[in-house]
Design a protein around this ligand. Sequence first.
Ligand code: ADP
Ligand code: MG
Length: 762
Amino acid sequence: MIAVNRFGINFSQIRENAKLKLSELLKKTVSGSGDDVQTLRLAACCNAAESALGLVAFNEQLIAATALYSNRIVEMKTGEGKTLSAVFAAFLLKCEGRKIHIFTFNDYLAKRDYNWMKPVYDLLGVKVALIVEKTPFNERKSAYNNADVIYSTVKECGFDFLRDFMVFDSESTVGREDPRFDFAIFDEADSVLIDEARIPLVIAGDVDATVSDEFVKVFDFAAAFTEEDYGINHETMGVFLTDEGVRKTEEHFRTDNLYDEENIDLRCNMDTCLKALFYLKENRDYVVKDNRIQLIDALTGRIAQHRLLPGPLQSAVEAKHGLKVTERGVVTGVIPIQFFARQYQEIAGMTGTAVSSAEEFELLYGLEVEVVPPHKPSKRTDHLSAVYYDSESKWKAVTEKILQIHKKKQPVLIGTSSIEESENLAQMLHKSGLDSVSVLNAKNDEMEAEIIKNAGKLSAVTVSTNMAGRGIDIKLGGAAGDESDYHEVIKAGGLHIIGTTLYENTRMNEQLNGRSGRQGDVGETSLFIALDDEIMLKYDLKKAIGKLRYPKPATDEITSKKVRKEIERTQRIAQSKLLEERKRLLRFTMIGEKHRDIIFKKRSEYLSGANESALPISLDIWKNYAEDEYKKAVGKFGEEKLQAAQREFILSAINEIWCDYLEYTSELRTGIHLRAVAGRNPSEEYNIDAEVYFEGAEGRLVDKVVEALVALTDFEQLDDYRTNLFKPKNARTFLMEESGDELVRKPILLNIFEEVDESESQ
Ligand code: ADP
Ligand code: MG
């Protein structure tokens, strides 16, 4: 086996040592380095896994563990035992004093893996903890501070990171420093690190809204617009000015060029007002109830409690309906999953499908892919794809195929691209007389796990979206099946996978196929494609294949080699387009990431008192910038109390300035494409503007704090200062979906963090 020596693993020595007593082994592994101690450590792992779980680790699992330890993305097929490999890697790292976070795809899997592997960790003397959505504050804190290994999801640890940016004393942070983000192992690494890479984790809240005179002027002006002044862009969910609109605006506000640097505020206000007036619609996007604007959730169609529109948009919609301007939503922190992963000193990952995305792993994270061969070679047969003229004939063929497979009692798992497709297919199967169809439709991860576990039972028919039930093992014969159940299914041909579309990334198709042929089992895969599948339409496949003579009737399979070639080419084009898109987006996002790193680090250093001069400003802002007021206030309240108040003001001002920055850059990005018209490079322009704005942050911080002091000198009691702190209410965390380069965002998960609210508003 080639890969063996690449990592210098001595298998026989490990097996030999694993026979020793664990306590002796552990004593020997405490210190030292080099191959010998690594061999002993892996031996300890093998020993513990066998005693705790009765699993004798395969050589392949040892290779995977060593590769993870060496920062690789490990490709190891589904069912080969990645969960245990990660434990071994974690132990190797822990022996070197590292702190390891193991991220799984969802809460359900984090909990499953934690419970499953905990006995191994216990024997090895490794402290392991679990953080899922329901984990209370104290347990989180204890996990971050005490555990060697944490099982969690990116979402949970990412939100903890953002939340810690909002607290006012170091006791209230959950994370530890030194370093908080040490080593992360990502399970299902392709889903998390690539497919979800761009999804931002967001923390938001509401603040009292004030509206400037300028804003009111713009609003009143735009409210009188007629249809010739503006147009609606449904793709970007924005409203733009027509030439006539631009002319009128320039005339009204007395400027030669609306797109001049100096008119940025005017343009931002204009964007907001136009969107409120002409894009957002009553009863579609929001309702007006009890004299308030209440948002309608785009996904559920229900009123979203505690949710306000971002920034001044809320105020503008309120103005549109003549309501009193109240509060507005602000984003107080945001981090895309990709950049959360980059917070770690080192990362590694594992998945069944990595090779076809090797270029992306390299681009986004600088990680190499390591392929670990299966323990037993797979006996899966992949059939040539079947191409149809349109989706109607495709789904008919899929249905027939399923019935055919089902006749032999062979279990079949069908992957679709949406819940809707899943349900339609299930209905077609019902009509054809097939009653016992299980449909996975993402109600919750636990229920899905229960269903998909049994997709390998004799005669099972399971319809699922591509992603559903990831990480769940499908055993032939069913989860609780015995030897004879297993052999019956083997005789029927193993699990048959049916793919129903070509994805933009070949990896997506492989993910589904990978569920069959587990641990050397037999199995089959088939793929059905229609010339009007989404990807084909997007890349205009029909044009590419030109005039073809289709078989008659057009419902039959198309077997033309030319068509097949063009389809393959389409997928290759799609794949490289995706990569280009990622590269392009990176050019826009890198600067914000740099700025966030700076500001988060400084605030946390200042908060913990680790570095009192962490801020790029003199700490005694009040003394230095408003000496007279400072003296007056000291006389009234005493220096010590005043310093404490200043500390809070600085912390809150940092948050406020960061909020402003996020709002500014988001507006900037929405408007930046207009600059391209003037022959300038939008991403460069964006970077320059963002940098300039960020550089001004220090000055604005000083202004804010000084302003707070001046206000404070009039207070009767010092404690009243708290009313002037920037502390958004109704703190909530959610994920956002980004599409294209515009920020079309909708919350797809809402989770109110009550603790933030209560501890801070007192
Ligand atoms: P993966 O995450 O790679 O898809 P899992 O970690 O979920 O795989 O393991 C799949 C199955 O293989 C589980 O049922 C597990 O108990 C089993 N397994 C893991 N390691 C071994 C081993 N060394 N010997 C026998 N079975 C194993
Ligand atoms: Mg797994």
